[in-house]
Design a protein around this ligand. Structure first.
Ligand code: UDP
Length: 339
């Protein structure tokens, strides 16, 4: 799977917006992570000057290895919860730094809270000092166990403040509140993306980092049992990474999106049981499908209303689930064989 082709496709799909990226000084926190590194790739290719900040707690150096020697890319290993100052001009801050896997919610709840509270405070402070635009990558998790499906940006959420997922849900809600506060008090140009489940190459499968799609693919390719939590009737709507990154960059670089809060995700809803069967079929796997207990507060349904993204960003996902899964399976196989 050629990464460059995927990056070129995002740039093509961005159309005129891609031109406004050139020569911008962009700070990306969490730039070595799954989504952060894809964003850096597009920015570097479009001749932005990119500063990639990551503490490498869940991000990987290998995600940015193709950029590390480029003149318009600088990597700084730094934890965004600690102050950092820049002499050079910064035009845009994109705050992506945060662990995002439910297994990590149990293991690193404090770090997750800090990245989206202290971390966003530092990131917003940088934006304020440089009068830079600010993009925050929030999440569908701010809606919690949504009672409105598809869920629009108007929905205010149904979150358990003391549950297993609270460190993520509540921290992201607090992060949004910080963004609104900086916008109100300091008149910053801010944008909030609420990201729904996204998948694609560079997403980690192992241990605490594993989300459902990379886990199922890895299990299926090694003929190990495919592990469904609960009875598999819960749903998610999975967006392929190139679509997600295009949506995020549209929201960040579009002139007319100041102050907007926009869902970015796929409308293609599928049950986790159907997903397991599809992955099994696409990998020709002999894996059996096994069931275990559903984690606390696991949302039973998740599907975005993307009317706003369609209207304001002129964006909707293009890659269907089967196609995206096939690409990801190919990437996994190449990674395993060391290509
Ligand atoms: N899930 C599962 N088996 C796994 C991993 C996850 O059945 O090995 C389920 C999980 O309980 C949830 C859905 O798949 O209902 C999506 O999980 P993921 O960790 O990707 O993220 P979430 O959408 O819950 O934040």
């Amino acid at each position: 799977m050629k990464m460059n082709k995927e990056i070129e496709k995002i740039i093509r799909n961005l159309g005129d917006i891609s031109k406004s990226i050139k020569d911008k000084n962009v700070l990306v926190t969490g730039g070595a992570g799954f989504l952060g590194s894809w964003i850096c790739d597009v920015l570097v290719e479009q001749q932005a000057k990119v500063i990639c900040l990551d503490n490498l707690s869940s991000g990987l150096k290998s995600n940015i290895s193709s950029m590390i020697d480029k003149d318009n890319f600088k990597f700084i290993q730094h934890d965004i919860t600690q102050p950092i100052f820049f002499d050079e001009q910064i035009d845009m801050v994109m705050h992506l730094a945060s662990r995002a896997s439910p297994f990590e919610f149990e293991k690193y709840p404090i770090q997750i809270l800090k990245a989206n509270t202290l971390g966003i405070w530092v990131a917003l402070g940088i934006a304020k000092k440089h009068d830079a635009r600010f993009l925050y990558t929030s999440t569908s998790e701010v809606y919690g166990k949504a009672e409105e499906i598809p869920t629009s940006e108007e929905y205010r959420g149904n979150v358990n403040p003391v549950g297993l997922r609270s460190c993520y849900d509540e921290a992201k809600r607090c992060g949004e509140s910080y963004v609104v506060a900086y916008r109100m008090q300091h008149d910053l140009d801010t944008r909030i993306a609420r990201i729904f489940n996204t998948y694609g190459p560079r997403m980690r499968a192992e241990g605490v980092y594993g989300r459902v799609i990379p886990r199922f693919i890895e299990q299926a390719l090694s003929d190990k049992p495919i592990t469904i939590f609960g009875d598999g009737s819960q749903t998610r709507s999975f967006c392929y990474v190139t679509d997600q990154v295009e949506g995020l960059l549209r929201l960040a670089f579009l002139e007319d999106a100041e102050g907007e809060v926009i869902n970015i995700g796929s409308e293609e809803e599928i049950t986790i049981l159907e997903l397991a069967k599809l992955v099994k079929e696409l990998t020709n796997s002999k894996s059996e499908i096994v069931f275990s207990e559903l984690p606390e507060d696991d949302p039973p349904r998740r599907k975005p209303d993307i009317t706003k993204a369609k209207k304001i960003l002129n964006w909707e996902p293009k890659v269907e689930l089967e196609e995206g899964l096939s690409k990801m399976i190919k990437w996994f196989k190449e990674k395993e064989s060391g290509k």
